[in-house]
Ligand binder design. Structure first.
Ligand SMILES: Nc1ncnc2c1ncn2[C@@H]1O[C@H](COP(=O)(O)OP(=O)(O)OP(=O)(O)O)[C@@H](O)[C@H]1O
Length: 586
């Protein structure tokens, strides 16, 4: 922590002193450009590095910010501070529309859409008469602050870097928040995040708009710095360069944005100066070398330059300051024995295949129901129907008397159903505590604005208090500051259970929790499940490990070829000859 603080202090000190030192105008100008790029790339860190959404079109949002201020300031003499607001508003609307159309699509559609959008805006700007076509607009007035002109590059430097530091701070606040955890969770797909109650589409749109707004601020500054705008810096080439800056610097890190935005232009410039001298010939050889350097960085420092620095810095342990935080509100518990989940004639077909064939099952409060069957019997499909990951073909599902048929995962989660996954789904680079706190997403309410302004600390303390108490309940609280990716498979599965418990569920669905566990870990798991049942929780357990199932369940439903074969106590199921033939083989 001390090292990181010292580093930050030194960085801010250098920034504060740089314009006062006898540094050449060239380097001050270069630093100003680096600041402008940094703003865009910080947005890309949120969008691409954290949320995993690739955009080639950030330069178009820079263009909106730049053209809005240039046009309004030149044609109507509007104050640049008002044009900033106008630019941000137009950018937000453009990003909202573009995001709304494309962010529901998975895969490469967003990347393609941002390319198309960037090209379209470039040609639009270049063809509009009032915007001066490809010649652009000249005579953008310089900024004034408290009657003080910022046309001097050294004065402008302070404004740019103040905004960069503010953006970097706010982005890091966001990442360390309820919304930040949700944003990180969408990177590896939406199923886990939705199961935690996250509206993944909404959070993607928010990230897209935030990144666009940062680009727009950069464009606003650019227009007043250059005093002229034309379409060329807002085209696809620059969009690609911004993405390169993010990747080279380290797309997963805020500091990586600053490194990438600094290294790329400086390297480009230096190569441009030195290559003709070294080779003795002129030509664009620097671009060839530049390309080779980029490939090498991508090959040998995949996670970007900052990742190599980060790996050498000591990890900061979160300060445990939540002991006296107010506990989160809990939902009303069903009475022991009450039917919590009731599925009737549940059916799912995939084309001609009947994966789940009119299955009935009930789970009561305070019992563990096992769902077993050979491979391909339809257990996972049933699990996915109950949790809203798949839609039912026919049948009815009620949770405490309310129909949840056709609801999305997050709506079902909100009603008290929490789950774990057959293949553990977690955020490997976050701590155990942060992973578990994600489970309490629906029990908090702090949104993006509160996170950006760091006004969410009281709620965060409550969420972490809950996360720690669930880890304690499961018996792994001593690991809360560990990175989740470093845990053994067994502990990761326990962590998933703690995360599910953080949602304060009425019903817990466990999908093969014993898969890949060692004998001792299975025993520990059985102990945890018994304890949870004794606390009144209802559990549906899909599991292949027969010892565990027979040991902990109260009743078992057996499936074969999508159909319910039988249902009964472990002893009845073990004695059933049809089950023995179909499932156990003898
Ligand atoms: N998305 C899908 N599209 C087509 N068929 C599917 C799909 N998901 C599952 N199936 C089929 O439905 C049947 C039931 O599969 P399911 O995964 O539910 O079985 P399972 O009992 O969970 O098996 P396992 O124990 O191996 O996980 C299988 O024949 C499977 O191939």
């Amino acid at each position: 922590m001390i090292l990181r603080r010292a580093f930050l202090f030194a960085f801010v000190l250098v920034l504060a002193l740089l314009p006062l030192l006898p540094v050449s105008e060239f380097w001050i100008t270069q630093a100003n450009y680096i600041g402008l790029y940094s703003l865009v790339v910080i947005g890309l860190v949120l969008l691409t590095g954290v949320a995993g959404l690739i955009s080639f079109g950030q330069s178009a949002f820079v263009g909106i910010g730049a053209y809005t201020t240039a046009y309004l300031a030149i044609k109507f003499g509007v104050s640049p501070w008002l044009t900033l607001l106008a630019g941000l508003a137009i950018t937000a609307v453009a990003a909202l529309v573009l995001g709304w159309v494309t962010l529901r699509m998975s895969g490469h559609y967003l990347a393609l859409a941002t390319i198309a959008w960037c090209l379209a805006l470039y040609y639009l700007l270049g063809n509009l008469e009032p915007l001066g076509k490809f010649d652009g607009l000249t005579g953008v007035p310089s900024l004034r602050l408290f009657g003080f002109s910022l046309d001097n590059r050294r004065h402008f430097f302070y404004l740019v870097w103040l905004l960069v530091i503010a953006a970097a701070l706010m982005a890091s606040y966001l990442l360390d928040s309820r919304m930040g955890r949700a944003l990180r969770a969408v990177r590896s797909g939406t199923v886990m995040a939705e199961a935690m109650g996250v509206n993944t589409f909404r959070i993607k749109v928010i990230a897209f708009i935030l990144a666009a707004l940062l680009a727009s601020v950069s464009g606003w500054l650019y227009a007043h710095f250059q005093s002229t705008v034309n379409p060329s810096p807002f085209g696809l080439n620059m969009g690609i360069e911004y993405l390169f800056m993010a990747v080279i610097g380290g797309a997963g890190y805020i500091w990586g944005a600053l490194v990438g935005a600094g290294v790329m232009p400086v390297l480009h410039d230096q190569l441009q100066t030195w290559m003709p001298r070294l080779l003795g010939v002129t030509g664009n050889y620097e671009i060839v070398v530049f390309g080779v350097v980029l490939v090498l960085v991508l090959r040998y420092a995949r996670d970007g330059l900052w990742a190599t620095v980060e790996a050498r810095l000591p990890r900061v342990r979160r300060r445990t300051d939540w002991a006296d935080a107010r506990p989160l509100a809990e939902r009303a518990r069903p009475a022991h024995g009450e039917v919590v989940l009731d599925a009737r004639a549940l059916r799912k077909t995939f084309g001609g295949l009947v994966a789940v064939n009119d299955v009935d099952l009930q789970v009561r409060a305070g019992e563990i129901l096992g769902l077993i069957g050979p491979n391909g019997a339809g257990k996972s499909t049933t699990f996915n129907l109950l949790t809203g990951v798949l839609g039912v073909t026919s049948g009815e599902i009620t949770l405490r008397g309310e129909s949840i048929r056709g609801m999305r995962s997050r709506e079902i989660a909100r009603r008290g159903v929490a789950r774990t996954f057959q293949h553990v789904k977690m955020l490997a680079d976050m701590t155990v505590l942060e992973n578990v706190a994600l489970g309490a997403h629906l029990r908090g309410s702090a949104g993006t604005m509160r996170a950006l302004l760091r006004l969410d600390r009281a709620e965060e303390r409550r969420l972490f208090r809950e996360a720690e108490s669930q880890l304690r309940r499961i018996g792994i609280a001593d690991l809360m500051h560990e990175q989740a990716g470093n845990l053994s498979m067994g502990t990761q599965r326990l962590m998933e259970i703690a995360r599910a418990l953080c949602a304060d569920p009425t019903l817990l669905l466990l999908d093969e929790p014993a898969a890949g566990l060692r004998h001792k870990e299975k025993q520990a798991l059985a102990g945890v499940l018994r304890q949870l049942r004794s606390e009144g929780l209802s559990i549906l357990l899909v599991e292949h490990d027969m010892d565990l199932v027979m040991d902990v369940t109260d009743r078992i439903v057996v499936m074969e070829f999508g159909t319910k074969l039988t249902e009964g106590t472990p002893a009845e199921v073990q004695a059933n000859s049809a089950v023995r033939t179909a499932y156990l083989g003898n």
